[in-house]
Design a protein around this ligand. Sequence first.
Ligand code: PLP
Length: 383
Amino acid sequence: MNDSQQFSTRAIHAGQAFDARTGSVIPPVYFTTTFVQDGIGGFRDGYEYTRGGNPTRDSLQELLASLEGGDVAYSFASGLAAEDTLLRAVLRPADHILMGNDVYGGTHRLVNRAHVPWGVSLSTVDMSDLDAVKAAIRPDATKVVWVETPSNPLMKVTDIAAVAELAHAAGAIVVVDNTFATPYLQQPLSLGADVVVHSTTKYLGGHSDVLGGAVILRSGDLAEKVAFLQFGVGAVSGPMDAWLTIRGIKTLAVRMDRHSSNAQTLAERLVGDPKLSAVYYPGLPDHPGHALAASQMRAFGGMISLQLADGVTARRFAESMELFQLAESLGGVESLVCYPSEMTHASVRGTELEVPDSVVRLSVGIEDVEDLAEDVLGALSRL
Ligand code: PLP
């Protein structure tokens, strides 16, 4: 692999050398659980058993490490499996983790329900408020500062470099969930973050047909711990899932350009609509994080959230579109609409992460933007 190549080239070629035996342009998918040994311990290319290593998973991992600018990547069966493995590698009882106060509900639930009962403490803060972040970091106790930017669903933007400086001064690491932005739009490791996590289920896979997750970081002690737990706990991605994710990533750059331009057009047309009290999209000049997003992202991504008059109106709106299908998840080529307070963020109702019931989230796909605009504006006009 050639690290000097540009992103779009690496997205197609990193870790994807053609098959040496047959010349097959697409490397074969290694559907095997185990590998023959040339005498006991005589592993070919180091392969022994698929939980410990599989060439198709390795090829995805090499691709992910290249795209995020990390040394190593580990691929998992889901985004939450990736997050859980990373947190097991870092946190011990009595350690503290500080999270953004509008991270993905499932991430908060994972820590709150799986790690807190083992003695970890969790608190949340508005990550876009650096004074509040500084005050919330507990010297000696805080081991992880968890950032999602843009955040889900209110699209707040966090200054990754500034948070990294605060966290490092207190001896904590910074983890960035880069699912919304993808490495094409934002490269957290180059901004000072220590670890990037992904739900590859979303934009990286890109076609709503494969679940997966990843942890990407530099080599060192933490990478070795994650590598051990990937094997030792075993929440790995299977060969077919790894291959589908590789296939999705080949078109990541062109898809993200189109997601971003469609979302930008749509957001601009939605501003000022009398049925909306707010349009949350970092590409809008009056978004509070616009300048920061412009400085740390290549474009503003495909996610928009809308605030309607009240919960009843928001529900009706979410249920009344045609092209925007009502479903969980995001980042596929097709447009989806989600009602976070009862769908993606239902698990954080009653916590400080509760999403107002008047908010609707759009995952803007890569269909023709005129058709998308007609669908959304038509649904608003019928309210
Ligand atoms: N991070 C973000 C930002 C997400 O949106 C999601 C899922 O919606 C996850 C993590 C969890 O990923 P998965 O559903 O692949 O476990």
